[in-house]
Design a binder for this molecule. Sequence first.
Ligand code: PEP
Ligand code: MG
Length: 593
Amino acid sequence: MISTNLISSALERGIAVSPGIAIGPAFLFAKVSFDVEKISIDSKVLKNELSRFEDAVRRAERDLNKIISITREKLGEHSATIFEAQLLMLRDQSLYPEVVDLIEKSSVNAGYAVQTVMTKHRRLMEASDSEYLRERANDLLDIQERIIRHLRRGRILSAVDENSIVISENLTAADIILFSRKGILGCVTDFGGPTSHVSIMARALHVPAIVSTHGITNVVKPGDLIILDGIKGEVLVNPDEATLAHYVSKQERYSRLVQEDKTLVPLPAETLDGHHVGLQANLELREELVQLAEYGAEGIGLYRTEMALLMEGRALVTETEQFTHYLEVVEAARPNTTTFRILDLGGDKMLPMGNREHNPFLGWRGIRIMLDKMELLVPNLRAMLRASAFGPVRILLPMVSSIREVRSFREIMQNTMLDLKAEGIDFDPNVPMGVMVEVPSVALAADQFARETDFFSIGTNDLTQYVLAVDRGNDLVAHLYDEMHPAVLQLIQMTTTAAKAAGIPVSLCGELATNLRAVPVLLGLGVDTFSASPIYLPGIKRVIRAMKMSEGQALAKKALIASDPAEFRAVMDKWLDEHACGVSFFLEGKQTA
Ligand code: PEP
Ligand code: MG
């Protein structure tokens, strides 16, 4: 007879958004959603309905203020901005009056009016081309449910079992901050993306998390044993004993590494033979600013400004709105430098004019759009220059392919400075201007560019796709996308050689900086500074502190002629094991060299 095993094991994959390994029982979290019926309200009691709505908004404000103070206490001021934004949404000029209007004009109940207005706005956000806006729709849903519950005088429950792994279709940032008081071990959701607020909160709270599994809630039952691998983005349900033992040991190694990483934060990023290497952060959201100190970043090597623009949900965000945002960034980073990148629209990011192109990555993108659209460039640049009066700022140009673009931009920058001066507005007149080395023509003519720019920042994400003709977002050709291809490395070397001759610094801000196998090679090729998501900085520092520059140079020589990526990967893994024991397990998920 065949014995049936009642507990079946399963493996689910999603996007790892907060690293760590969690092992524990599943808690299935489902929100009770209230169906709201449309009820006609007698005109005599309309006033009463309006005050019920106002009362529910006030109660929602009280909730959010409580969540804000918990967040401030746990994570500091910057993380609380997520909920401060939700608080503002409650009385947003295009939401609150619209609800009041609907109640009054159509004589309907407040719950129905809230649901109708908020759903309309949410649908618009969900249909947006921008991933960021789609993810913000979740915040609006949170507010809608909060108000409706208060109208029903219902309690908002964010209750979960202690020490469990929360499995849910979707979660909000408020859920996760309230769960964290119960000491949850991790969370997995069907939906969500890496920049959703729940992901940002999970990272800030160090709760391992995976999103976008598209079906975890159909697979897991309450109490199932879960292994959450927040490094690889895998969820194992009811694993066998051998797998469990493997992960228990992996979890121990990971915790040891995290503890060791903490001890690395205050130490200098210096090779054994005394070369200092710059370690800076790639950021794009205000909420991430707390990570600068947490991971020991020496400033910001790349601040992507597209998010600041998309956050407002409009293509044209005013100069003042951008300035307020940038000022916060500069104040958080100083006395270290902030490198603001001019808007890199186009490619896979929102196109303000809604144009559709056959080859967007080869089309109207980055500096090309900005030089054509002064109404976008001038406020963006003025906001950056104004922020430069409050701390060191550098300005970086994306998608440059020709020296003419650099010259045109410089002229616009000089004129903008003259305008600011005439208006009596402070700025740093010596603000450095650099270019992204991400189109091969810039690397090939690097000596020419080095004479006319103040620094280089190598963007390997794009450089790789352009030099190998491999779309960086296309799964079908992902196996050909090799950031350590000798051709890419040669372009990096041409860039550093030209920079050294001209006496300008070179940083590298593509994902390649986070590939620990590449770190010694890149140093050997002459890169001065690495800029990466802050969470990776201690790992990069560990490698730097374990090597000599001469070793990097020898490895770079080998890498430049390596014809077999797998073979070279093995060389680097051996080197890492011998020099910086323990780091290589972070690379299990990284298949490229
Ligand atoms: C790059 O291309 O490597 C880069 C850092 O820019 P982005 O990923 O924003 O295109
Ligand atoms: Mg790029």
